[in-house]
Design a protein around this ligand. Structure first.
Ligand code: 5GP
Length: 114
């Protein structure tokens, strides 16, 4: 199957504004930010949606959350707060079918979400 845009970013084929990288994940600025700070944390492994995560992905899923929190701290969001979002499939609003965690901060977030 053809790689998604995030698969290509993870493979280094397309540039991104990187803020963090390790063996499992990559974090970079969203190209169309929905908040003053909008970072995406993606796995290097090609995983299409949250539905495709299972046993064996615990370390990966945990790493994504821990790195999002670390980046939030480094970008000065920890005290004021921020939101982590993962969209799944059509009703969730997912548009790129490579699992990703949105880190949104720098403004107050509404609830319930749209
Ligand atoms: P989703 O709607 O799937 O949860 O989120 C996809 C996100 O990827 C959107 O916020 C969108 O702005 C972002 N995005 C789409 N294409 C690119 C790209 O080529 N580079 C970057 N950095 N972000 C992208």
């Amino acid at each position: 199957m053809a790689k998604t845009i995030f698969g290509r970013i993870a493979a280094g084929e397309i540039p991104c504004k990187k803020v963090y990288e390790d063996d499992l994940v990559l974090a970079f600025h969203d190209v169309a930010p929905q908040a003053p700070t909008h970072i995406l944390v993606i796995p290097k492994e090609d995983v299409a949606t949250l539905n495709d995560l299972g046993p064996g992905h615990e370390a990966l899923a945990g790493r994504m959350v821990i790195i999002a929190a670390k980046v939030a701290k480094e970008l000065g969001l920890a005290e004021s707060g921020y939101r982590l979002v993962m969209n799944c499939n059509e009703d969730g609003g997912q548009t790129v079918f490579h699992v990703h965690l949105h880190l949104l901060g720098g403004r107050a977030m509404g609830w319930p979400p749209g």
